[in-house]
Write a protein that binds this ligand. Structure first.
Ligand code: NAD
Length: 253
């Protein structure tokens, strides 16, 4: 059984979807969890919900693409805990534009949010990770990096970068016994996909999912969160540099 008692865990993109499920799971497994997001309504609501159950979650309004926002959170963790055990780089946005309409600014924003924090938040928390007994970083990639999509070029590029950073950082940080892995989600039923899973075209998308996912259904955010927790746990101490698909068989279909 996994237990994160005494562990300090930072999750980006913590208000919604996979990040939110990850926060809930780590908090239920007794960790001190800190979350970064810009959706304050959902972030604060999650904080109240978990605290009312006696669990430890602190929400920060921070934009992962702003260095000063990241440093503020790192300072808080440094002063309060003087260590960090797990970093989950999860926050991301997508551009949903075809190549013909794509602008430099669209692409720049996606890269700033999805790619740079995976490098620089990791760099800022490194002194704190070095103080942990079983430190690990889990990055959230995407099957889109491996397969491509017609209207997600920059998103795919950013996630390909996340996969590459995972492998490089696993090499670079091994000397500190810090493990670095990534999960690669397939189609997951999170708010980003609610227009497909709950909208008027739900039936069309249900057909699509049966064609592209071997297990013929949308994944649930908690099914990704459980793999993230496993990778962070004492059950995974010999796993580093791995990119683990959580995709119901999407990539091998
Ligand atoms: N849902 C899927 O089908 C799917 C598939 C593959 C990969 N992923 C990846 O999973 C991760 C989580 O996505 P999700 O599906 O839960 O989506 P989501 O939109 O529900 O959650 C993303 C969260 O990130 C936050 N966020 C966005 N920009 C931010 C910023 N600049 N600073 C701080 N927070 C910011 C959002 O407010 C939101 O709470 C992402 O990395 C996404 O690329 C999702």
């Amino acid at each position: 059984m996994m237990d994160f008692r005494g562990k300090v865990i930072l999750v980006t993109g913590s208000s919604s979807g996979i990040g939110r499920s990850t926060v809930e799971l780590f908090a239920e497994l007794n960790a001190h969890v800190i979350g970064i997001d810009m959706n304050d309504e959902w972030g604060k609501e999650l904080e109240s919900k978990l605290r009312s159950k006696g669990l430890d979650f602190t929400y920060f309004h921070s934009d992962v693409s702003k260095i000063e926002d990241l440093k503020r959170v790192v300072d808080y963790i440094s002063e309060k805990y003087d260590k960090l055990d797990v970093l989950v780089n999860n926050a991301a946005i997508a551009e949903w534009k075809y190549f013909e309409e794509l602008t430099y600014e669209d692409c720049e924003r996606v890269i700033r949010v999805n790619l740079f924090p995976t490098i620089f938040l990791t760099k800022f928390v490194l002194p704190l990770l070095k103080k942990s007994q079983n430190a690990s970083i889990i990055n959230v990639g995407s099957v889109t990096a491996e397969r491509g999509e017609d209207n997600l070029l920059c998103y795919a590029a950013s996630k390909g970068g996340v996969h590459a950073i995972t492998i490089s950082l696993a090499r670079i940080l091994a000397k500190y016994n810090i493990r670095v892995n990534a999960v690669i989600p397939g189609p997951i039923d999170t708010p980003i996909n609610w227009v497909r899973t709950r909208g008027p075209e739900k039936a069309k998308w249900e057909q699509w999912i049966k064609q592209v996912v071997l297990l013929s259904r949308w994944g649930k955010p908690e099914e990704v969160a459980s793999v993230i927790a496993f990778l962070a746990s004492d059950l995974a101490t010999f796993i580093t540099g791995s990119l683990i698909a959580v995709d119901g068989g999407y990539l091998i279909r």
